[in-house]
Design a protein around this ligand. Structure first.
Ligand code: PLP
Length: 374
């Protein structure tokens, strides 16, 4: 059903046909193996290969990623498991892969591993479509847009067109936007990938990832990789994720709207510099974001004068946890430079906007800025 709204789709996504006396969303199936006599054919054989709880969740995510289309979704134990599944199932020694040089901070580890297997890795920044210059002869282009934590945006349609013209596959890490904010397959990508640890599940209590593709052959490679590596989600996590998807639109709508309000408020604070939010008309990402995104995400990034000011700010916040990750119902913020993996200043703050009342959150941020810069 592609004609219904995002909220309607989210509450019904992946539900089986109603059956008398059965629950709306069947509970988690805990099984290492299934009764199986004769030929060992599916749908359910062994728990590393398939599980009915994953089937419901995969159907739900597929409906959100590509409404009304036939797609294949594969769920994983984490976002990194999903990312690795695409990169390592699709490439061989001698292939060329283009990665962002400003993406999630575990990507350099992936790069090392790809290179150890004989894959050539080129990198390009996310903003400005600099990937175009690195595409020649590449097997796969990896895009993360908006990028974490810099919130740069690249033109997915334009990059896909150039990549496909040269036979290059395109994968988009859609973690920050979620399918409520952006649908990579509609923009032409071959793989929509995400850490569902973040906004997709939104409660900060599970790790999960997924890969969705249209092409059955590409999907088969990803599924085979999951079977080989065994990076499978537990049934409880898969069920909790599906339960959380029912509120996806409500959560993301609220979080994105408050994120924009917060970004607008921060433009008026002299102690805040380097403010980034793709939904802010003055942001460098805005012209491209507005063409390909439907909502602009829950993350706002900005800089304070130095490490000490940022630490005082985080300490003074009362409604915002000093914690990593993003996309959750409870606002979190962190001084990103503490990890050492991103090219950010010491005073750089990544702020993930939750579902608190906007006026409460804005008041808390204002008092924390006052306290930090007094
Ligand atoms: N992709 C992005 C953009 C991320 O921010 C993260 C985690 O922060 C990941 C992938 C990895 O996800 P996970 O922690 O679920 O393995």
């Amino acid at each position: 059903m592609s004609s219904i709204g995002d909220g309607t789709r989210a509450v019904r996504a992946g539900l089986p046909e109603p059956q008398q006396y059965e629950p709306t969303l069947p509970g988690p199936v805990f099984a290492a193996h299934f009764h199986l006599s004769g030929e060992p054919v599916g749908p359910y054989t062994y728990g590393r290969e398939t599980n009915p709880t994953w089937t419901h969740l995969e159907k739900a995510i597929g409906e959100l990623e590509a409404p009304g289309e036939e797609v294949v979704t594969t769920v994983f134990a984490s976002g990194m498991a999903a990312i690795s599944a695409v990169l390592f199932s699709q490439t061989r020694a001698g292939d060329i892969v283009v990665l962002p040089n400003d993406g999630y901070q575990a990507l350099p580890l992936v790069r090392e591993q790809l290179e150890a297997y004989g894959v050539e890795v080129r990198t390009a920044p996310t903003g400005g479509d600099a990937q175009l210059a690195a595409l020649e002869g590449a097997k796969l282009l990896w895009i993360e847009t908006p990028s974490n934590p810099g919130l740069d945006v690249c033109d997915v349609r334009k990059l896909v067109e150039a990549a496909h013209a040269g036979g290059t596959l395109v994968a988009v890490d859609n973690t920050l936007a979620t399918p409520i904010g952006q649908r990579p397959l509609e923009l032409g990508a071959d793989f929509a990938v995400a850490s569902d640890t973040k906004g997709m599940t939104g409660h900060g209590d599970i790790l999960l990832g997924h890969v969705t593709c249209r092409d059955a052959g590409l999907a088969a490679g990803v599924r085979r990789w999951r079977k080989v590596v065994g990076a499978i989600p537990g049934p409880m996590e898969a069920w909790l994720a599906h339960r959380s998807l029912a509120t996806l639109q409500l959560r993301i709508e609220r979080q994105c709207s408050t994120a924009l309000t917060l970004a607008e408020a921060l433009t008026k604070r002299a102690e805040v510099t380097g403010l980034r939010y793709p939904g802010l008309p003055s942001d460098p990402s805005y012209p491209v974001a507005v063409r390909q995104m439907r909502r602009f995400g829950s993350v706002v990034s900005f800089e304070l004068a130095d490490r000490e000011t940022a630490e005082r700010f985080l300490e003074a916040l009362r409604l915002v946890d000093d914690a990593t990750s993003f996309g959750g119902l409870r606002s979190t913020a962190e001084r990103r430079g503490r990890w050492g993996g991103d090219a950010v200043s010491e005073g750089f703050v990544r702020f993930s906007v939750g579902a608190e009342d906007p006026e409460d959150l804005l008041a808390d941020v204002a008092q924390a800025l006052d306290a930090a810069t007094r």
